[in-house]
Design a protein around this ligand. Structure first.
Ligand code: ATP
Ligand code: MG
Length: 397
């Protein structure tokens, strides 16, 4: 993401007589020297004006004052200064009032470290001492923490997520509010909780965030909660070995000893495809696989086996092979997929003149396994020769 392009947008807004600033997470990450995510811009211009000024815009949330401005192939969210009104259903502000000051706009933001604005000449507008909290690694609600969590309980998940991604601690007042407002998490949709929780799982300080959840007794209010998490166990879990979201979720399931991963994940409403991948990964680990077995590699695929070896390391166990070894073995597999087999069911029937039946699948599976193990070459004549030799298909119907 380019700050230069964002500054060009701000320059054009200025030229048209409007105020504009870079706001939110990017200001925080810039000060921390972290990689920048999406760049958000706040402006005094209302959406219609923004649409008039820029050539390419996408009206993604006009009612919330947001327009995407496209600048040389990149997208920037440009949002009119606003202050939210009353919260109706714990989800959407019942009205968004546009305000003409950046200070008001910053006052509606969740935490002090997220409530700073950066002007085009590099000045930081920081009415809530976000910079100081940044230096002290503190997550502190803007204003009264309890009120802010009651307004939007998702902010509690965001606080936990920043503990994990930034390695910060909760300010005492914010911590107390989190404890007292915990039950309100039940009012937030599972999807929104899951989105923040996945970011939490992907954070470098995930173990610390899980510990906070447990200490503050928030886990009963999460999907699938309460969690059987303990922190005095002998195994030292090392989350750094886990890279993808699938691996991190699997790590969590192992970490808390979930017996039925698929059902447990169902409560988080994870997309089926992810649920299957994650629970299969847990199942692979629990089956104590031989990581140098070609058949296992063929069966589960290279991605799952690399993930499984990462989860093993997370558990402080040695998979016995390196990632490179798994990748090399996979490269050398004579068969990656059944469709690559040099023979199919029709060939088999032609060859042995036998009526179709379950024998076809059985024999194909056996051929497949022998090819993967390198016992039979994957060519039509070689497979035919093996069939003739073992004469299996000719046995009685
Ligand atoms: P990330 O690095 O994950 O993008 P972020 O802080 O930018 O973190 P976003 O979800 O992109 O988080 O939100 C952008 C900004 O909008 C935040 O920094 C914060 O100022 C504000 N914000 C987001 N969600 C809320 C919320 N629920 N309540 C109040 N302010 C919020
Ligand atoms: Mg962001």
């Amino acid at each position: 993401m380019s700050l230069k392009k964002a500054k060009e947008i701000i320059r054009q807004l200025h030229k048209n007589g409007h105020e504009a600033y870079i706001v939110g997470g990017v200001v925080r990450d810039q000060l921390l020297g972290r990689p920048l995510g999406d760049i958000d811009i706040a402006t005094s211009a209302i959406p219609e004006m923004v649409q008039r000024i820029f050539e390419k815009t996408i009206p993604v949330g006009i009612e919330h004052g947001t327009v995407i401005v496209r600048m040389e192939g990149e997208s920037f969210e440009v949002t009119t200064f606003r202050k939210e009104g009353e919260y109706e259903d714990f989800r959407h502000p019942s009205e968004v009032v546009f305000h003409d000051s950046i200070e008001k706009d910053l006052s509606r933001r969740d935490f002090t470290v997220n409530a700073m604005a950066l002007s085009s000449d590099g000045k930081i507008i920081d009415p809530y001492s976000g910079k100081e909290d940044l230096a002290n690694k503190l997550i502190r609600a803007v204003g009264n923490a309890e009120d802010r969590f009651q307004e939007d309980p998702l902010r509690m998940m965001r606080a936990l997520r920043f503990i994990s991604t930034l390695g910060f601690h909760l300010h005492q007042d914010t911590r107390l509010a989190l404890i007292s407002c915990g039950p309100l998490l039940k009012k937030v949709s599972v999807e929104r909780i899951r989105e923040e929780f996945t970011k939490l799982l992907l954070g470098r300080h995930c173990e610390q965030a899980l510990k906070c959840i447990k200490e503050m007794r928030l886990d009963p209010f999460l999907p699938s909660g309460p969690f059987a998490l303990t922190f005095n166990q002998v195994t030292k879990y090392d989350w750094n070995h886990l890279e993808t979201a699938v691996e991190r979720w699997a790590g969590l399931l192992i970490r808390i000893g979930v017996e039925r991963p698929y059902d447990w994940l169902n409560e988080w409403k994870l997309p089926t495809i992810l649920r299957k991948r994650i629970s299969e990964l847990v199942q692979i680990i629990r089956a104590e696989p031989d990581f140098s077995c070609d058949l296992t590699l063929y069966h589960y695929g290279v991605e799952q086996m690399v993930s499984a070896s990462n989860v093993k390391r997370f558990m402080n166990e040695d998979p016995g092979v390196s990632e490179k070894h798994i990748l090399n073995r996979y490269d050398q597999l004579s068969l990656k997929d059944r469709s690559q087999l040099a023979i199919d069911g029709n060939d088999l029937m032609d060859m042995v003149k036998r009526t179709p039946g379950p024998w076809i699948a059985e024999i194909l599976e056996e051929i497949e396994q022998r090819v993967v193990k390198g016992e039979v070459k994957n060519t039509f004549p070689d497979i035919k020769e093996w069939i003739n030799e073992c004469k299996r298909p000719l046995e009685s119907d």
